[in-house]
Design a protein around this ligand. Structure first.
Ligand SMILES: *Cc1c(COP(=O)(O)O)cnc(C)c1O
Length: 391
């Protein structure tokens, strides 16, 4: 059998639905303005929330680490791949997060895979918000635990599930801290309260909250003043932190357990030393000043209210992630293409990532956008929004 015929049929289907896409190849590094096919394009879709990818302290740290350690770590963490720079990063992260310990993985994705599959056994149940990230869903699939899904942020459903599952040995409630498609914040105080009432464990994935929410970007637990009441905090080093990697912040015993059980930690090579050094420098930059985070929120809140003022539907956004809901998948992708002609990149996100009638372009405002940049984006959005009859 020619397996390529099967694949071609899938691809034809995506083309018919207007969901087919090619990968854009950018000719410059992650920044507010980036080169695409020789044109300068305003970037409104990167996760580089604080612009740290070009921060001089991070670049110096990476270069110095390459000079000192070379480019690779040479092994998985448990053999020869834990260098002192990895340990320093974990100590700094634990101090920053206010937890006993932190354990670093190669990415946020592998962090969820490792952590969920390590802590959840066949006698346990995992209780997950329906809009949780793909890496959480896949992490859960790797476990033998029972699975229950609650409707997005629906605390009545969560309580009902907690009531029904009291026979399980351990119950773990899993939520994104900030939801990546809508830019809304998890009701963490309510989740913690319910978890305490029903003796469950709270697991929050702060990928889009790391460097964004809380004092100096310490995350959702800090934002809500819940220190000591959230058992497991996941963070990413790939978005606001500006490099790549992920981590678990929590109890020292949790760390010791993960060192023995988390498969990406055990069986995949550790971060290159330059990456660990970059992340360490980034956490120190955040520790020492909240200015970038303050600027990020000024930009985000200002831009969101301008968009709403123009008449755009920004959905449930309350963070720097600001969707503009368009609806039909093909229309959404055409809107994104048309914006690009105007010089603005806003990624179209459509079914099956979001519901069929909830296609959107997802804007992410950063601390680095100037008021001129944001005015340029607004003008282009207004022009294209009128063309498409959205305004
Ligand atoms: C992006 C994201 C991840 C994956 O993080 P990487 O470091 O890019 O692998 C995990 N969880 C959530 C909620 C995310 O948004």
């Amino acid at each position: 059998m020619n397996y390529l015929n099967d694949l071609a049929a899938d691809i034809e289907g995506w083309k018919r639905d207007g969901r087919y896409r090619t990968i854009k190849v950018w000719e410059s590094g992650s920044d507010t303005w980036m080169n695409l096919n020789g044109r300068k394009i305003l970037q409104m879709s990167s996760n580089n929330y604080l612009g740290l990818t070009h921060h001089p302290k991070l670049k110096q740290a990476a270069i110095a680490a390459i000079e000192k350690y070379g480019v690779g770590s040479g092994s998985v963490r448990t053999i020869t791949g834990t260098l002192d720079i990895h340990e320093q990063l974990e100590l700094e992260l634990a101090a920053f997060k206010g937890t006993e310990a932190a354990l670093v993985f190669q990415s946020g994705f592998t962090t969820n895979q490792g952590a969920l599959s390590s802590i959840l056994g066949a006698d346990d149940v995992v209780i997950s918000d329906e809009l949780n990230h793909a890496s959480i869903i896949d992490g859960i699939r790797l476990t033998k635990a029972s699975r229950r899904i609650f409707a997005h942020k629906d605390m009545n459903q969560l309580e009902a599930v907690l009531k029904e599952t009291q026979k399980h040995r351990k119950r773990v409630v899993v939520t994104d801290g900030v939801f990546s498609m809508d830019g809304d914040i998890a009701p963490l105080p309510e989740i913690v309260q319910l978890a305490e009432a029903y003796d469950a464990i709270v697991y929050v994935d702060d990928a889009h909250a790391s460097g964004v929410l809380g004092k100096n970007g310490k995350g959702s637990t800090d934002h809500f003043g819940l220190h000591g009441r959230v058992h497991i905090q996941i963070g990413t080093l790939s978005k606001a932190i500006g490099a790549v990697g992920g981590y678990v912040a929590g109890a020292q015993l949790l760390k010791e357990h993960l060192i023995h059980t988390a498969r990406p930690f055990l069986f995949s090579t550790s971060q290159p030393p330059a990456v660990a050094a970059t992340c360490l420098a980034a956490i120190q930059v955040l520790r020492d000043s909240g200015d970038l985070v303050t600027k990020l929120w000024e930009n985000a809140n200002g831009f969101r209210s301008e968009l709403k003022g123009l008449g755009f539907d920004t959905g449930a956004s309350e963070t720097p992630i600001i969707p503009i809901i368009i609806g039909d998948p093909a229309l959404t992708m055409r809107f994104s293409d048309r914006l690009l002609e105007e010089g603005v990149f806003a990624q179209g996100i459509v079914y099956p990532t979001v519901a069929m009638d909830k296609g959107r372009v997802r804007l992410i405002v950063t601390a680095q956008h100037t008021s001129e940049d944001l005015a340029f984006a607004l003008n282009s959005l207004q022009k294209v929004g009128r063309e498409f009859g959205l305004l």
